[in-house]
Design a protein around this ligand. Structure first.
Ligand code: SAM
Length: 340
């Protein structure tokens, strides 16, 4: 019997501990950049292990900070590591790490905002795989800053739907941390209390796995909440096969009245004078029971509702840009507030 292949490990020269790096470079955590650092090597390894085998892969880490997760990534012998960090104070400590693995791993350090960086520009062309093949040897990993994590995942889902950026290379996998409540919502199945727009959106384009929790006490400084680690693997075919913006709009309106019958939220897709008639027509076309509650609707059923909506707006194009929210006078809501 052939012996199992031993995973390649890169041995780094002795380096100061992450705690010492923070002290040496005087890296006081900035609340406005959601800086909560993980110190414990066992937990850093656990996050990277959740990504599976990354040997010879291209790994992009979002928000490496002082480099705790980065060390664990490098030790697993990737081909290339792309680091995107907004705070320039971390660059010297990341350069120290890049130096320590020179000639073994190619490390690109990018000082910039993940929301404005096209990761695809840093991924070598030769890793490209067909969308219907197994995922490419590319991974996105990050202990994400809370301040951008929900906006980022919604933006990435849209890129997945269009096979853009890192998803122009195939079904690139993600291993990411979120505030525990957000992670639970992403993975929530029907009938679950946490089921919301984010659950439907994430599960429409990806297989979502809630891997494990990390207690807030493991971070420095300690955040007010615990953290959940999630992996996302893009699906070969989304369940709802309609454009991202249309899916987002219909699902948002249906969940906008989450305690009521789902048809109440669906009515807000249409102008007041035709609201009841159009929503009923849509539910009839979709073969949906109007008294179903939003959290009881499976993605297959959302597919039927959104296909029916698409048919209706083909017939009545004037409804396509109807925006119930624009009719209401209310303070601006953030992405995170909408999910609550
Ligand atoms: N990876 C480190 C760890 O696990 O200890 C730090 C994680 S900390 C929760 C989030 C990191 O993301 C910080 O280093 C912060 O400076 C960085 N960051 C915050 N906003 C960012 C943005 N928009 N783009 C890139 N990095 C960002």
């Amino acid at each position: 019997m052939a012996a199992a292949k031993k995973a390649l490990q890169i041995r780094l020269p002795p380096l100061p501990s992450i705690k010492d790096v923070i002290r040496l470079y005087k890296l006081r955590a900035l609340r406005e950049l959601s800086q909560n650092f993980l110190m414990e090597p066992r937990l850093l390894d656990k996050i990277v292990n959740a990504a599976g085998n990354i040997e010879k892969h291209v790994v992009c880490e979002v928000g490496p900070g002082p480099g705790g997760i980065t060390r664990s990534i490098i030790q697993r012998a990737p081909r290339k590591v792309i680091l995107i960090e907004k705070d320039p104070r971390f660059i010297p400590s990341l350069e120290l790490l890049a130096d320590a693995c020179r000639h073994k791993v190619d490390v690109d350090i990018i000082t910039g905002d993940i929301l404005k960086t096209d990761i695809g520009n840093f991924i070598p062309e030769d890793v490209k795989t067909d969308w219907l093949d197994s995922p490419p040897p590319v991974n996105l990993i990050g202990n994400l800053p809370f301040s951008v994590s929900t906006i980022l995942i919604v933006r990435w889902l849209e890129m997945i739907s269009k096979q853009e950026g890192p998803w122009a290379f195939g079904r690139t996998r993600m291993t990411l941390t979120f505030q525990k409540e957000v992670a639970e919502r992403m993975a929530a199945r029907i009938q679950s209390r946490q089921r919301c727009r984010l659950s439907v959106m994430c599960q429409n384009w990806c297989t979502v796995k809630y891997k494990f929790d990390i207690s807030g006490g493991a971070f420095l400084p300690k955040p007010d909440v615990d953290v959940g680690v999630v992996t996302l693997t893009p699906l070969k075919h989304p369940i709802i096969q309609q454009p991202f913006k249309m899916v987002e709009k219909v699902v948002r309106q249906i969940f906008s009245m989450r305690q009521k019958y789902s048809i109440r939220g669906a009515e807000t897709l249409f102008p007041e004078d035709v609201r009841e008639e159009m929503a009923l027509r849509m539910y009839k076309m979709a073969d949906m029971d109007p008294v179903t509650r939003p959290f009881q609707i499976a993605n297959m059923e959302f597919a039927r509702i959104i296909n029916a909506y698409s048919e209706i707006i083909k017939q009545y194009p004037e409804f396509e840009h109807y925006d119930y929210r624009a009719q209401k006078v209310r303070p601006e809501a953030t992405e995170v507030e909408e999910e609550v």
